[in-house]
Design a protein around this ligand. Structure first.
Ligand SMILES: Cc1cc2nc3c(=O)[nH]c(=O)nc-3n(C[C@H](O)[C@H](O)[C@H](O)COP(=O)(O)OP(=O)(O)OC[C@H]3O[C@@H](n4cnc5c(N)ncnc54)[C@H](O)[C@@H]3O)c2cc1C
Length: 393
């Protein structure tokens, strides 16, 4: 078995790990090695609906999402490659009971420079006349949001990381993280040992098992989420915007020329499943529920053709927000627990983690909110104006 040295080892080749490796290499971290047990984007990233919205119920997250969206919009220039960003607009439907919270969130977003507005039911129909608005009191409209291609995005980060000198090794499973009284010392994989004083673990749900031997218990729950797909009927017309239906608890995202993807908005809604690497189809019941929700919002689609759906796993934390940054073990950093909304944040997560490692916590102040130790001290992240139904970051 070989043994070598790196300045930083990144574990995990999803959108988080590759973005972090790119930023570390770009910011001059020295020898950066990324280890991925399978293929790039082979975990949650590859199943992601990849919705890129800025609507969040916490200002820090909204700011991060806005900065991230700017990077998606100019991906070819900033990162290189094709992230496939499609600007479709994002419409979040809320009940009348949630309208006041939506108005307060929109006011925050407008203040920090997001193009967002609160719509009455009549105004919603001007944006999307085909919607049945039963139970809807208001909506948030973000004309600049959309979705991207999670594979293309990850390949873009990976290529950029390599261009800046990082080494990305695929098919390498990390078995252990070595440490002594001063902190991290090495990474042990089935391809040998890499001596290093800095490790970033971005290995999704598996992060918990990797850091547990170092005395860190991460409150991560793997929740499998179903995605149903339909081919809309020809009479439907042009594609719809992304609709986040806070009343029925689903989202509807256009895909390709005539398809729609349907998922659930509640991160905890799904089955706990630790076999995160395994593929599995949604149950008939899950697909049926998702179809019903789509059809009740878009009447006349009952005869739309169902395509085979799929599932993917969210790495959920108790407050449904990620654990980012340094831990109690010197040299050990985390980027995990994205709870179903980590794709859109990935450009900024890479930037913040690398900046924190290279320039210190003050230079990456936004990370403070997401400190991994917050669950032990009861400092869970709270929405400033939360919604009663579903979760929206
Ligand atoms: C169905 C679904 C829909 C989603 N929709 C959205 C959305 O619309 N918008 C949004 O922003 N987010 C969405 N998300 C969430 C988003 O996709 C994830 O938060 C994000 O992809 C997480 O990326 P990651 O790199 O942190 O983790 P992953 O993509 O899971 O990557 C972790 C990697 O670590 C590797 N690994 C694990 N253990 C080891 C080991 N021991 N050694 C080496 N490598 C290891 C794995 O193989 C994997 O490739 C969705 C997720 C799912 C499942």
């Amino acid at each position: 078995m070989s043994s070598e040295r790196a300045d930083v080892v990144v574990i995990g080749g999803g959108c988080s790990g590759t973005s972090i490796a790119w930023q570390l290499a770009r910011q001059g971290a020295g020898r950066v090695i990324l280890l991925e047990r399978g293929s790039l984007a082979g975990g949650a990233t590859g199943w992601s609906s990849a919705i890129v919205r800025t609507h969040y119920t916490h200002e820090t997250l909204a700011r991060m999402a806005l900065r991230a969206r700017h990077i998606f919009e100019q991906f070819a220039e900033i990162v290189g490659g094709e992230c496939g960003f499609q600007r479709t607009g994002f419409l979040a439907l809320v009940s009348s009971g949630d309208a006041a919270a939506a108005a307060a969130n929109v006011a925050t977003h407008q203040r920090i420079g997001i193009r967002s507005s609160l719509l009455t039911p009549d105004q919603i129909h001007q944006v999307e006349p085909r919607l049945n608005l039963e139970g809807v009191g208001a909506a948030v409209w973000e004309p600049d949001s959309g979705y991207a291609d999670p594979h293309g995005t990850t390949m873009g980060y990976a290529a950029a990381a390599r261009r800046h000198g990082a080494e990305l090794r695929l098919g390498v499973t990390v078995r252990a993280i070595g440490h002594d009284q001063h902190g991290v010392t090495s990474v042990e994989s089935d391809a040998g040992r890499i001596n290093t004083r800095t490790v970033v673990v971005a290995a999704g749900y598996r992060t918990g098992a990797l850091v547990a031997p170092l005395g860190l218990e991460l409150p991560l729950t793997p929740i499998r989420h179903a995605i149903a797909i339909i081919h809309r009927s020809a009479s439907f017309g042009p594609r719809h915007p992304i609709v986040s239906d806070r009343v029925l608890g689903s989202y509807y995202r256009p895909e390709g020329a005539g398809m729609s993807m349907i998922g659930t908005t509640a991160a905890h809604e799904g089955r706990e499943d630790q076999a995160v690497e395994e593929e599995s189809a949604p149950t008939l019941e899950e697909e049926g529920t998702l179809f019903e929700r789509f059809c009740s919002r878009f009447p006349g689609q009952e005869q739309a053709a169902a395509q085979r759906g799929y599932t993917g796993v969210y790495d959920c934390t108790p407050d449904l927000q990620p654990m980012l940054g340094a831990t109690a073990i010197p040299g050990l950093h985390l980027a995990v627990g994205f709870s179903g909304h980590g794709f859109k944040l990935s450009p900024v997560v890479g930037e913040l983690i690398a900046t924190n490692i290279l320039h210190g916590a003050d230079a990456a102040a936004d990370l403070a909110l997401f400190q991994p130790g917050r669950f032990a001290t009861g400092q869970l992240i709270q929405a400033t104006h939360s919604y009663r139904v579903g979760t929206l970051g």
